[in-house]
Design a protein around this ligand. Sequence first.
Ligand code: BEZ
Length: 240
Amino acid sequence: MEQNNQEIKVVSMPRIGDKAPEFKAVTTQGEINYPSDYKGKWSILFSHPADFTPVCTSEFMTFAHMEQKFNDAGCELIGLSIDGLYSHIAWLRTIKEKIEYKGMKNIEVKFPLIEDITMEVAEKYGMIMPGEDSTKAVRAVFFVDPQGIIRTIIYYPLSLGRNFDELYRVLIGLKTADEFGVATPADWQPGDDVIVPTAGSCGTAKERMESDDEEMDCKDWFFCTKKLDKEEIMNRVVKK
Ligand code: BEZ
């Protein structure tokens, strides 16, 4: 497509609710078929711009440091960058042997890091944003559920490192919504009140407003919250 003498490339990007696009890739942990190898588990597929770069190194160390926490919540991590396998191996070795950051050292990255020098996977997932950089992936994060459906997508630019506590909160929030049939309000953290599905009929709206259920707090007919213990969430959505 041509617009003002400028070539515009039309790319399709996966959306929330879509099936995660399939691919086969070489990684630092062997070959993977995604998302089929992860059937029955949550996974987070995330991209980063390049190996041997500072923001990415800080992010990789943080994710590797938190990997067990994500695994305990039934979620596997998979990284990607537009670099080759030997560069990935050399970078991960350097991180383990030489880099100390915020008290983290000797960090071994055990999750797979995809080699995507051809940009095939990055293009499929809309990780290349030419206005930002046409040869590097932006910092994209895809949360994929056990059925292989994309449930959340977050994008960050090259200059901004991700907040990994927020990524964990998103995972627990998604699992809590599924497990308990609720929604989670602004800034929700496990242990905070959750939102009960909005009344779908005039009768339910009336019932809610007239109810003396102490568990439920209705600010109005469409906005009711209830308590949900952190312990119950941890027992049902996190293994440990
Ligand atoms: C970084 O990870 O430090 C980085 C990578 C690409 C562009 C800017 C920063």
